[in-house]
Design a protein around this ligand. Structure first.
Ligand code: S5P
Length: 271
C-alpha cells in the first residue's frame, strides 16, 4: 500500500514533475506540514511565511481574501519560498468549464499560473478541468520545454466540511480522473480525508481539517489530530490553518505540528 512507501521512493513513481519535487523536498527537509495562510493582509502572510517557513513543505493561499494584493507581495512571497524552501499552492478550487478556468488561472488581477506551483480544483466538471487549466499554461515555452511540467494540480475527492455532498461514486470517478488519461502528468495529488481515495503511490494525499485540540468550528469544519490523519487517514501532507494562525507563538506551533506529523509519518512507514 502507498502509505507504507517512503516519500523518497514515491518521488520516483510520480508522473507529475511538481509532485516529484515536493516528495523530494518533504524527504530532505523532513516535513509534511502545509500551512494554510488564511490571512487578509499581505504583510501578515509574509510575516507568518517567514516565521513558519523552516517547518513547512507547502504554503497554501486563498489569494482572493487578501485586501492589499500587489505584484510586489507575490515577489516577496516567492523570495521567502526560495529562501526557506517551500512550494506555493493557491487553493482556488477551480470548478468551471475549461475555457473559464483557463482564464481564471492565467488572467485577472492574480495571474495565479505565473506564481503558484500548485492549485486545487474540483473534479465536478470532469476531465475538461485539467485541459482547461493546462490551456492557460500555453503548452511549450520558448525553449521547447513543457511549461506544464513546472505546475501541478491537486484534485478534490473529498471535503472536510460536515454535510458535504460528495459520495462514494464521486470519489471513485475523481480517482479515475486523477490516475487515467492523457493529463495525469499534470495531477500532483488529491485533497481528501481517507486513505481509500486513491491507490497510486505517485500521487500525494493532502488532508485539511487538522488541529491538535479541537474537533469542530462553528461553520462546519471537522478536525482530526495530526497522528490520526497520518496514521489512520492516509494523509501525506496535513494542512493546518487556525491551529497555527491563532497560536501565541506561530513558529513554535508550526514546529510542534511539524514534529508530530513527521513522527507519525516515520512510524507509519516503519511499521
Ligand atoms: O475539504 C477541505 C479542503 C480544503 S483545501 N477542507 C478545508 O478546510 N480546506 C482548506 O484547508 C480550507 O479552505 C482552509 O484554507 C484550510 C483549513 O483551515 P483551518 O483553519 O480549518 O485549519
Amino acid at each position: 500500500v502507498r502509505t507504507k512507501i517512503p516519500f523518497e521512493s514515491r518521488a520516483n513513481l510520480a508522473k507529475s514533475a511538481v509532485a516529484r519535487r515536493l516528495f523530494s523536498l518533504m524527504a530532505s527537509k523532513r516535513t509534511n506540514l502545509c500551512l494554510a495562510a488564511d490571512l487578509t493582509k499581505g504583510d501578515e502572510i509574509l510575516d507568518i511565511a517567514d516565521k513558519c517557513g523552516p517547518y513547512i513543505c507547502l504554503l497554501k493561499t486563498h489569494i482572493d481574501i487578501v485586501e492589499d494584493f500587489s505584484e510586489s507581495f507575490i515577489a516577496s512571497l516567492k523570495a521567502l519560498a526560495a529562501r526557506h524552501q517551500f512550494l506555493l499552492m493557491e487553493d482556488r478550487k477551480f470548478a468551471d468549464i475549461g475555457n473559464t478556468v483557463s482564464l481564471q488561472y492565467g488572467k485577472g488581477i492574480y495571474k495565479i499560473s505565473s506564481w503558484a506551483d500548485l492549485v486545487t480544483a474540483h473534479t465536478l466538471p470532469g476531465r475538461s478541468i485539467l485541459q482547461g487549466l493546462k490551456a492557460a499554461l500555453g503548452g511549450e515555452d520558448a525553449a521547447g520545454g513543457d511549461v506544464a511540467a513546472e505546475r501541478g494540480v491537486f484534485l478534490l475527492a473529498e471535503m472536510s466540511a460536515s454535510g458535504n455532498l460528495i459520495d462514494d461514486k464521486y470519489k471513485e470517478t475523481s480517482n479515475k480522473i486523477a490516475t487515467e488519461g492523457g493529463d495525469v502528468d499534470f495531477v500532483a495529488g488529491v485533497v481528501c480525508q481517507s486513505a481509500n481515495c486513491f491507490a497510486f503511490p505517485g500521487l500525494i494525499q493532502l488532508t485539511p481539517g487538522v488541529k491538535i485540540d479541537e474537533s469542530v468550528d462553528k461553520l462546519g469544519q471537522q478536525y482530526q489530530t495530526p497522528e490520526h490523519v497520518v496514521k489512520e487517514r492516509g494523509a501525506d501532507i496535513a494542512v493546518v490553518g487556525r491551529g497555527i494562525l491563532q497560536a501565541k507563538n506561530v513558529a513554535q506551533a508550526a514546529q510542534t505540528y511539524r514534529d508530530r506529523l513527521w513522527t507519525a509519518y516515520t512510524e507509519r512507514v516503519a511499521k
